[in-house]
Design a protein around this ligand. Structure first.
Ligand code: NAP
Length: 416
């Protein structure tokens, strides 16, 4: 890519995640000044304030202004950089023109969307032009779905080394998670519910676990999806549905059929939250399942949604406090068996609030990793984190993002 002024542009730099990301990058890149990066967004004023904040840590990155509805301005951003990261969401509302511009100009792209229906729409519309221009587009580079996608890759790689075959079924269990939600995340969930409500075809499509797999994918074994309280016999504990399951399972299934990975035609993958042992665990699982149902219902009906939005939920730009982000963490357990019944487990741990402090680090490292990934290894098109960057990203996350990946020979106590 000759004549590109920047290596990386952060689009949405002044949003809740965008700001955390920029502070992290300013510190992280202070030892690698050859990487030229810039801050972009819709508001010159907000960008200037952020630029001032960053001045204390490093030579401040330049600022670039572009509204998400201004196709020419977005094309200009894309033509000036090798890669662009976007935190401008809900992506189904603000994301399409940037993806189109990246696909057309051959600019690499990473985001943190969890909106599977929007990703599918983007693949259908822009896969061909991205293949032609060489743009690598990688969605879901945050808590959804990096720990799941790379956790499965890590476990499967070790299983293959050990057993000479992949595990035919893998389960992820959230052992503990400590974090909050931002206004941007809530807005994206509400947007997805509104889209499903008004379009029955889309509703059907959203229920398909193979939603993000190519149409030509013939591997369609039924996938498990927990809808209420259940029991996990490996951990001898109760479990409840995990809210991120809807996006994570689709990303993992896409990883298993595109690119060089192929976990097998009978591969199944599911996710749930462990709630503990005995009666207490069971009651917690029932309570959590009811809570998720109540949340979805309240987002579905407009008067209730408006009341919550106005009085209870954070607004766009707001989210967990810096102290809460520091106190946050996550502990995920994965396990699976192969066709011969051999068992292997893995553990993925992260520091910081998973959706914000940790997501910002995952997104930054994804973009830096993509910049280092040769086009001969990953060609143009839509990729998942595991298929675009795989082991190189696992390595980066362990070295620079406070995330650890470990193999477990047997299920460890979940301590609940
Ligand atoms: N995958 C994950 O784990 C994960 C975690 C957290 C968040 N997310 C997703 O990330 C997205 C951002 O979350 P957030 O909490 O950072 O949201 P936010 O604080 O509301 O930030 C949204 C950003 O979009 C910008 N924006 C809005 N309209 C725009 C327009 N017309 N043109 C250009 N920019 C525009 C805003 O600009 P201003 O600053 O000028 O208002 C802001 O920078 C959401 O979709 C959320 O669901 C994903």
């Amino acid at each position: 890519m000759p004549n590109r002024t920047y290596d990386l542009i952060i689009y949405g730099a002044t949003g809740f995640v965008g700001r955390i990301l920029c502070h992290y990058l300013a510190e992280h890149l202070s030892s690698t000044p050859h990487i030229k990066w810039a801050l972009a967004g819709r508001s010159q004023n907000k960008l200037e304030c952020l630029q001032k904040e960053l001045e204390t840590q490093t030579a401040p990155p330049p600022i670039l202004v572009a509204d998400s509805s201004d196709s020419d301005a977005l094309q200009g951003l894309c033509r000036s950089t090798r890669a662009i990261v976007s935190t401008v969401g809900p992506y189904a509302v603000f994301g399409e023109l940037l993806v189109a511009a990246c696909a057309e100009t051959g600019t690499d792209y990473c985001d943190i969307t969890g909106e599977a229906y929007w990703i599918k729409r983007m693949i259908d519309r822009y896969q061909a032009s991205a293949e032609q221009s060489g743009a690598r587009l990688v969605n879901c580079c945050g808590f959804d779905s990096i720990p799941s996608d790379l956790g499965v890759l890590f476990l499967q790689t070790h299983a293959h080394e050990r057993f000479k075959s992949y595990l035919s079924s893998v389960s992820l269990r959230v052992s503990s998670v400590r974090g909050g939600a931002s206004g941007g995340t809530i807005a994206s969930v509400i947007e997805a519910i509104k889209a499903a409500k008004s379009d029955p075809d889309l509703r059907r499509q959203m229920l398909d676990p193979y939603q993000l797999c190519p149409q030509t994918n013939l591997y369609k074994v039924p996938q498990l999806s927990l809808k209420g309280a259940g029991y996990d016999s490996v951990f001898n504990a109760w479990m409840a549905p995990f809210v991120m399951e809807a996006i994570n399972t689709r990303v993992v299934l896409r990883s298993s059929v595109i690119g060089d990975l192929n976990y097998g035609q009978d591969f199944t993958y599911d996710e749930a939250v462990l709630t503990g042992h005995g009666l207490r665990g069971r009651l917690a699982a029932i309570g959590m399942s009811l809570g998720i149902g109540a949340m979805l219902i309240s987002f579905y009906f407009n008067p209730l949604r408006s009341v919550l939005n106005r009085w209870v939920l954070p607004s766009p730009g707001e989210g967990p406090s810096p102290e809460a982000q520091l106190r946050g963490n996550f502990d995920l357990r994965l396990y699976g068996t192969n066709e011969m019944g051999a068992w292997l487990g893995a553990r993925v741990n992260g520091d910081r609030d998973p959706g914000y402090g940790s997501t910002a680090k995952m997104l930054a490292q994804s973009a830096l990793c993509l910049l280092e990934t040769p086009h001969q290894t990953t060609s143009g098109g839509f990729w998942t984190p595991a298929t675009a960057m795989g082991d190189a990203l696992i390595d980066r996350l362990q070295r620079h993002a406070g995330i650890t990946f470990d193999i477990e020979e047997s299920p460890q106590n979940i301590g609940k």
